[in-house]
Design a binder for this molecule. Sequence first.
Ligand code: HXC
Ligand code: NAP
Length: 261
Amino acid sequence: MFSQKTVFVAGGTSGINLGIALAFARQGAKVAVLSRRQEKVDAAVAQLREAGATEVLGFAADVRDYPGVVAAFAATRTQFGEVDVLISGAAGNFLAPAVGMSSNAFKSVMDIDLLGTFHVMRAAYEHLKKPGASVINITAAQSWMPSAFQAHVCAAKAGVDQLTRTLAIEWGPAGIRVNSIAPGPIEGTEGVARLVPTEKSREAWMRSIPLARFGQLEDISNAALWLSSGQASYVTGVVLSVDGGLCLGGSSGITSAFMAA
Ligand code: HXC
Ligand code: NAP
């Protein structure tokens, strides 16, 4: 379905975003990935080739640096043509209470997640296939669920989801669909290593997820493939939770009170 389509994945050199890039590569897509560290870019490019992609590009750039992002899209357009699928998922996270965050700590996550996503979308626009392109921003359950020690991420990801809805309106007439995928905890990722540091916290997460398991990389990449396909051609401006029901908040508030009764 994506043979010879051009897919650009910002933050696509590890974890969930690399999982998405690999899924498109296995479908025959031409794939470009971007992240800060050259060694991660090189390793991801090698992995994408191993997965069968013959046309792969890698860029070492920081999404906070707009000219670097612009240059990556210009080079992708020159080599691969217009971008059919854009995934924007570069992000930073750490657990800290708000009063334990310096101004720069809060700003760093806002700049990577929110401003960075704006940079990626803004720079991509002139290179997106019109009509027909699919844009997916990777957010998180935290964009909807306020979470202690995640003030920066909750604010940033909520901003990204509102960017999704706003640009779905602005770009819809050009035939571009804009959606978000909001994952729950995904097994084996940097995010889970940072946010689920102990067995006790893993058990607490488990109690919050109605489907009683952490997600797998394929849970997210399957959603990205569907959302980018013709089967989702009338879907825009949505935030698709792929989180086993975590965002329903069943283990908190009134439900936990009823269950305890
Ligand atoms: C308080 C912290 C901190 C911590 C960093 N800072 N870690 N403050 N508690 N644990 C502060 C620093 O002291 C500094 O402030 C400021 O944040 C910037 O830190 P730098 O290291 O200089 O910034 P930078 O190199 O740009 O790195 C950004 C980063 C880093 C976000 C801090 O962790 C990063 O690069 N992360 C990328 C990978 C990642 O986080 N992946 C997981 C995404 S998972 P001062 O004032 O000292 O200058 C996700 C959702 C997961 O998003 C959901 C799972 C369920
Ligand atoms: P990850 O492996 O750390 O992925 C983050 C990616 O973004 C890496 O490729 C990283 O590479 C890149 N990146 C970080 N800062 C960047 C910057 N300033 N400029 C350019 N690239 C940057 O983390 P992950 O856990 O898989 O998370 C991936 C996405 O899923 C994020 O958007 C995250 O918020 C979301 N998410 C994750 C989970 C989870 O369970 N893991 C749950 C909900 C949402 P470099 O270090 O080379 O820059």
